[in-house]
Ligand binder design. Structure first.
Ligand code: FMN
Length: 221
């Protein structure tokens, strides 16, 4: 697949089919993604591939915590307020998602069920979780994690898979620490859901938006 097509076609998938992704394919994606750039070639990312019974247990417990309204405690602080223009975009994608599923804003139950689905990783059979050593200069290492995650998402797309980077996967890190061998001196950064997209679901088909180029680029010559 050519790069332009892959970049434009990749989209966050919010409904997966239950089929497992063959281990060799996940391995191939990660092996290729090793070529992502990083500060000084430090490659600080530490990845966990979570599948099978462990992932099913995690998804169930993560969903339950969301439904119970448990207080979030991500290890990397998450933004709570946004500048106005970013807030508009953030609200915009939320609206697109709910509208695609015919969920009305005031339908609290349906909205909560949807958030439950999100904490259930939209049914994905695989999660790639990225961690970083706490001793690192974390802001810069976060850039590196972003680079490898996008590389993973593009490679997965090229192989007919779907992905969704999910803050909702790391809001209850205690669950992950109970189930995975993550050392205490590592931060849990972000999980990416991966699997075969359910293309029949409208949530995987709504039109996505981006800011105009002039809003984000300043030319200086
Ligand atoms: C760091 C990060 C965290 C994200 N967390 C979530 C999330 O918790 N739930 C969700 O539905 N999408 C999440 N997304 C997906 C974004 O909403 C999505 O990338 C954005 O709306 C652009 O749409 P696209 O990926 O379909 O192009 C996250 C994306 C990133 C990069």
């Amino acid at each position: 697949m050519d790069i332009e097509k892959a970049v434009k076609e990749r989209r966050s998938i919010r409904m997966f089919k239950p089929e497992e992704v063959p281990r060799e394919i996940i391995r191939e994606i990660l092996d290729e993604a090793r070529w992502a750039p990083s500060w000084g070639n430090t490659q600080p990312w530490e990845l966990y591939v979570v599948t099978g019974e462990t992932l099913e247990r995690f998804k169930k417990a993560n969903r339950q915590k969301c439904m119970d309204g448990d207080v979030h405690s991500s290890e990397i602080p998450m933004p709570e307020v946004w500048p106005e223009i970013l807030k508009k975009r953030y609200i915009g994608v939320g609206k697109s998602v709910l509208t695609s599923l015919s969920i009305a804003r005031e339908d609290v139950n349906a909205r909560n069920e949807y958030y439950g689905d999100m904490f259930n990783l939209f049914g994905a059979p695989c999660m790639i979780l990225a961690c970083l050593a706490k001793s690192l200069n974390i802001e810069y290492a976060m850039l590196d994690v972003g680079l490898i995650m996008q590389t993973i998402c593009l490679l997965a797309h090229d192989k007919g898979l779907g992905t969704c980077m999910l803050a909702g996967s790391v809001r209850y890190p205690g669950l992950l620490r109970d189930m995975l061998p993550i050392p205490e001196d590592r931060f849990i950064v972000i999980g990416t859901a991966m699997g075969y997209p359910d293309w029949d679901s409208p949530v995987n088909k709504f039109e996505r938006k981006r800011a105009n180029l002039d809003e984000i680029a300043t030319w200086v010559s």
